[in-house]
Design a protein around this ligand. Structure first.
Ligand code: DSN
Length: 424
C-alpha cells in the first residue's frame, strides 16, 4: 500500500496532495454527517485491488465474459452473507449506489404513470422517493405522506390508509434520510395489503443498525423489498443492495442487469462481502448499540440546552436540529460555523420548511462515523456542548478558535481506522 502511495506522489502530485489534505481533514475533524462513516482498512484494500480491472456482466455462473472464477466466488459470498445478515431470501449486490438500487425496484415492479405512496422530502424522505426534481418523480406518480409533527414525528396510519384507498398505489414506500425515528413496518404492510400494494423500505441510512438487530427489520414485517446502501451505518464500500423474497428474485436481477446497469463494480462487490462478514460479528452489534446511545446522548444535551430538535429527539442514529428556532440562524450558516471548529454537519430542511433547500431552517447530525472512531457518551457530551457554544457565539472568532483547538485535541485521541497517524 505504501508503495502505491509513493508511486502516486511521483506520478500525480496534485491528486496526491488533495489526498493528503482529505486525510488530514478526516483525521483532525469530527464527522457528524449521518450518512457518512469510516470504512474498514480491509475494505479500502479490496477497493483498491485488481477486482477493479474485471468486467462481469451477468450473475455468478451466468456471465457474458470469461475469467470469472474469482468474481463468481466473491459475488456468491456477498449474496449469501447479505441474506444471512438480513434474513432475506434473495440479495442483489450489484447496484452502484442508492439511487440505482431504488430505480431498479421501481422499474422491476411499476409501469410509467403508476402510483407510489412515498414520504415527503421535507419530513425525512429521500430524493429518489419521488421528489418532483428527480427523474423518478417524472416517470411515476408519487403521492406524498407526511409525519405528525405534533406527535413526535409519528406516521398517521389512518390517514395513510385513507390516501391509499383513494389513490390505489401499486407500491407503498417508506424509508428516509432525515427522519429521526423508527417505523412500524407491520402497520405499513397492513395498509398495503388492504389495497393490494407492494411494499418497499429504503433502509439506506440504518442498514447497519438493522443488520445488527438494534432497529426493526422490514423483512420481519413482511415487506416485499428492502434496499440499502453499504457505506453508511454498514461501514462498507460505496454501493447499493436489494433484498427481497425469492419470488421476486428474477424480476429484481433482470431489472438491475440488463435493465438498468452494465458491468458491476467487482471491487465494490468484493468489499461488500468483507463488510457483511464484519457486520455479522459481535463487535458490530456493540458498535450499532453505541451509535444509538451516542445519538441519544447528543439529543439529551441539546434538549437540556433548550435546542429545538425535529420530533423532539431520536430513536436512531440521527438528529435534525432546528437552528432557525434555536439560534436565529439558518442551516447554511450553522453548517459553516461548525465547519470552522472542525465539526462537519449538513444543512437540512425541516418539515414544511418555509426556507429554500440551500438556506434551510436546520442541520442534520449523526453518530455512525464518530462511533467508529471509538467515541462514546463523554465525548458526545463534550461535542454537544461545543456545538451549542459555537452556534450561540458564532461571531466570536476567538471563542471559535478555542473550540477548534478542543475539537482537534479530542480527535487526536481517536484515530480513524485505515488512516495512518498524523506525520510528526
Ligand atoms: N446522500 C445521502 C444522505 O446524505 O442521506 C442519501 O442519498
Amino acid at each position: 500500500m505504501q508503495d502505491f502511495r509513493r508511486l502516486l506522489s511521483q506520478t500525480d502530485p496534485a491528486v496526491f496532495d488533495a489526498l493528503l489534505g482529505e486525510e488530514k481533514r478526516q483525521r483532525e475533524g469530527v464527522e457528524l454527517i449521518p450518512s457518512e462513516n469510516y470504512t474498514y482498512p480491509e475494505v479500502l484494500a479490496v477497493l483498491g485491488s485488481v477486482f477493479t480491472n474485471k468486467y462481469s456482466e451477468g450473475y455468478p455462473g451466468r456471465r457474458y465474459y470469461g475469467g470469472q472464477t474469482y468474481t463468481d466466488r466473491i459475488e456468491s459470498l456477498a449474496r449469501e452473507r447479505a441474506c444471512a445478515l438480513f434474513r432475506a431470501e434473495h440479495a442483489n449486490v450489484q447496484p452502484l449506489s442508492g439511487s440505482p438500487m431504488n430505480q431498479a425496484v421501481y422499474f422491476a415492479c411499476l409501469k410509467p404513470g403508476d402510483t407510489v405512496l412515498g414520504m415527503e422530502l421535507s419530513h425525512g424522505g429521500h430524493l429518489t422517493h419521488g421528489a418532483p426534481v428527480s427523474h423518478m418523480g417524472k416517470i411515476f406518480t408519487f403521492v406524498r405522506y407526511k409525519t405528525r409533527t405534533d406527535r413526535q414525528g409519528a406516521i398517521d396510519f389512518d390517514e395513510l390508509s385513507r390516501v391509499a384507498k383513494e389513490t390505489r398505489p401499486k407500491m407503498i414506500l417508506c424509508g428516509y434520510s432525515s427522519y429521526p425515528r423508527d417505523y412500524d413496518y407491520r402497520a405499513f404492510k397492513a395498509v398495503a395489503d388492504d389495497v393490494g400494494a407492494l411494499t418497499m423500505a429504503d433502509v439506506a441510512h440504518i442498514g447497519g443498525l438493522v443488520a445488527a438487530d438494534v432497529m426493526r427489520n422490514p423483512l420481519d414485517g413482511g415487506f416485499d423489498f428492502v434496499t440499502t446502501t453499504t457505506h453508511k451505518s454498514l461501514r462498507g464500500p460505496r454501493g447499493g443492495m436489494i433484498l427481497c423474497r425469492a419470488a421476486h428474485a428474477r424480476i429484481i436481477d433482470a431489472s438491475v442487469f440488463p435493465g438498468l446497469q452494465g458491468g458491476p463494480h467487482m471491487n465494490n462487490v468484493a468489499a461488500a462481502a468483507v463488510t457483511f462478514k464484519k457486520a455479522a460479528e459481535p463487535e458490530f452489534k456493540a458498535y450499532a448499540r453505541q451509535v444509538l446511545a451516542n445519538a441519544r446522548t447528543l439529543a439529551a444535551v441539546f434538549l437540556g440546552e433548550q435546542v429545538s430538535l425535529v420530533t423532539g429527539g431520536t430513536d436512531n442514529h440521527l438528529l435534525v436540529m432546528d437552528t432557525a428556532a434555536s439560534f436565529a440562524m439558518d442551516g447554511k450558516r450553522a453548517e459553516e460555523v461548525l465547519d470552522r471548529i472542525g465539526i462537519t454537519t449538513n444543512k437540512q430542511v425541516i418539515p414544511d420548511d418555509p426556507r429554500p433547500p440551500l438556506r434551510p431552517s436546520g442541520i442534520r447530525l449523526g453518530t455512525p462515523a464518530c462511533t467508529t472512531r471509538g467515541m462514546r457518551e463523554p465525548e458526545m457530551e463534550a461535542l454537544a456542548g461545543w456545538i451549542v457554544a459555537a452556534l450561540r457565539h458564532a461571531d466570536d472568532d476567538a471563542r471559535l478558535a478555542r473550540l477548534a483547538e478542543q475539537v482537534k485535541a479530542l480527535c487526536s485521541r481517536f484515530p480513524v481506522p485505515g488512516l495512518a497517524p498524523a506525520p510528526v
